[in-house]
Each structure stands twice: as C-alpha cells, then as structure tokens.
Design a protein around this ligand. Structure first.
Ligand SMILES: NCc1[nH]cc(CCC(=O)O)c1CC(=O)O
Length: 315
C-alpha cells in the first residue's frame, strides 16, 4: 500500500505547545519527516495549543495536580481531528494514553543529563554551604537535598531567560535544566552550565526523548511516522516507563530512571526518594533488551518492598 503523503493543499497538522522548546521539537519532527519523505515545508502546518501548564504561571506545578498538565488540551485536539500528530517531551507524558490515541513513534534521544546552571558555570560539588538552588522539579529537589542537606531549595519556574535573570538578581545561585532542552534550543554555548553525570544525579524517566502521538485508527499517519522512528529509544523508554508506571509515578513525583543499551544488553537504573531528600533508594539491573519492561516492573516492586509503608509522601 503506497503511503498517502501530505501536500500543501492537505498538510499534516502538527500540534504542539507554544514554548520555544516545544516549537523546536515540532520543527525537528517536521524536518525529519520532510527529509524522510522528500516533502516540502508547505506540506506541514504547525498548530500551537495552549495547555493548563502553560496558562498557570503563578503557582507551583504540583499544586495543579499531577498528570497531563502539558498534554490534555493537545490530546483533545488530536481526538477531535483538529491536528494529525502531537509532538511531546516524553518526560511530561503520563504512562498511559487516552483511548483512541497511540504513542509509539520516538525520535532519536538527545543528551539525557541534567545541566547544572550557575552564572560562573561552576560544578555541582562547588556549591558553598547553605547555597540557594531554584527548581520546580520534585526529583531534582529531593536528589539535591539528599546529597546536600545544607542547601536551600526554592521554587523556580519559567523559561531559560527568566531563570538566568533570577540568577543574576540573586534569587538563587543555581538552577537545573535538561541538557536536551539546551541543545534543542541551540543555547548550549549561551547558558553557563555543567552537565551532571547520571551517577551523580539520575535523570527523569524519558528525559531527552521526543514522542509523537496520533490517532490509533490513522494508519496513513502511522506509515508516515515509521520512517522517523528510533527503535533503540523505544526500547529504553519501554523499560523506564514500565518502572514509572509500576510506581504509579508521573513527572511530578521524586522518581528517576535511566535505561541504556550496551551491545545486546539493557542496563536500567532507578531511584525513588522522599520529597524532603531524607531517604533515597536506588537499584541497578542489567538484562536482555526485550526484557526491559519486565525489569522495570521488577525494579519498582523491589524498591517498593524496600521502602515499606511510610516512605511515600507522594504515592
Ligand atoms: N518538565 C518540563 C520539561 N519537559 C522536558 C524538558 C526538557 C527536555 C527534555 O527532557 O526532553 C523540560 C524542562 C527541563 O527539565 O529543563
């Protein structure tokens, strides 16, 4: 069956949030589809959709309630047929999709590491006693406080420029961003930072990965997307997201997880923390690539058993 290609008269509508990073990810998706199918730019239309997470800027994200803050309105547009595909940061995606939608196309994963940002590009270990760090991520807060109980963590939201301004104004000495975001925005050279190795700070599940969602019954779009799908990224996310699902977690829980492929093997590292950083439990397993989801579930069960009741202030 020949794939039905989009045309300027009937373009493929790409739904995305309007943030600079979201737009960069939508453009990357369009550019990869153009290259894979020899299409012109006019065969695509970028449709910007505002989500609850974008609208509410004055409150910590965790107060808005856990899952789907950046995805609900986009998924509604997809189900209603106002867009054909939705481009997402997989880090923000709930582990299950609404009925009728499929999320099985992933672009090659970017750098998974967190970036430690200070005006002088200092290393995390160089932070002085009692320093103030700004982040809105429960995971980063908990990991930081676990390693350095002396630090003070303050709520920090906003885009890269806002955050740098806050650092310049002395609201905090340091903040974190994902290395993937900096790279996709072309800001690696402009934002003073050091990448933090996963051994020091295990990244969020699916950090650095972009996923493309579509309607389940839309087989023409499925065929189109096959050409830009990255299977190794899919294998890694399957393990990490099975781990997250078994913990009943989201991007708003202090959970970290990273799967890596080495030859024919998959290494999965996972970590759960108490929000205040007082306790952290971690595990590290290696197995067959196709057993990734099973490893993720087993690791979650093991950590839950070790944690016991009372560990969780978020579950
Ligand atoms: N929760 C917000 C979010 N979702 C994805 C990214 C970065 C890009 C990525 O991890 O793919 C960010 C911001 C950040 O952590 O700096």
């Amino acid at each position: 069956m020949p794939t039905q290609l989009p045309t300027p008269a009937a373009p493929l509508r790409i739904g995305t949030r309007g943030s600079p990073l979201a737009l960069a990810q939508a453009h990357e998706t369009r550019d990869r589809l153009m290259a894979a199918h020899g299409l012109e730019r006019e065969a695509f239309e970028i449709v910007v959709i505002t989500t609850t997470g974008d609208r509410v800027q004055d409150r910590p994200l965790k107060e808005l309630g856990g899952k789907g803050l950046f995805t609900k309105e986009i998924e509604e547009a997809l189900l209603a047929g106002r867009i054909d595909i939705a481009v997402h940061s997989m880090k923000d995606m709930p582990v299950a999709q609404p009925a009728g939608l499929v999320l099985d196309c992933f672009l090659p994963r970017e750098d998974v590491r967190d970036a430690f940002v200070t005006l002088e590009a200092r290393a995390l270990g160089e932070l002085g006693e009692g320093a103030v760090v700004g982040t809105s991520s429960l995971r980063r807060r908990a990991q930081l406080l676990h390693a350095r109980p002396d630090l003070k963590v303050v709520e920090f939201r906003g885009n890269v420029q806002t955050r740098l301004k806050k650092l310049a104004d002395g609201v905090a000495e340091a903040t974190f961003l994902a290395c993937a975001g900096l790279k996709r925005l072309g800001l690696t050279g402009e934002v003073p930072h050091r990448a933090v190795e996963p051994d020091e700070m295990l990244p969020a599940v699916a950090q650095g990965a972009i996923g493309i969602e579509r309607r389940g019954e839309d087989t023409a779009t499925a065929a189109l997307l096959e050409a830009i799908h990255d299977a190794p990224t899919a294998r890694r996310l399957a393990a990490e997201r099975a781990f997250l699902a078994a913990l009943d977690g989201s991007c708003q829980t202090p959970i970290a997880g990273l799967a890596e492929l080495d030859g024919g093997r998959l290494r999965l590292r996972g970590e759960i923390l108490r929000t205040d950083g007082s306790e952290a439990l971690a595990d590290d397993m290696t197995g067959a690539v196709e057993d990734g989801p099973e490893m993720g579930r087993a690791m979650a069960q093991g950590l839950l058993a070790r944690a016991g009741a009372g560990f969780f202030d978020w579950r």
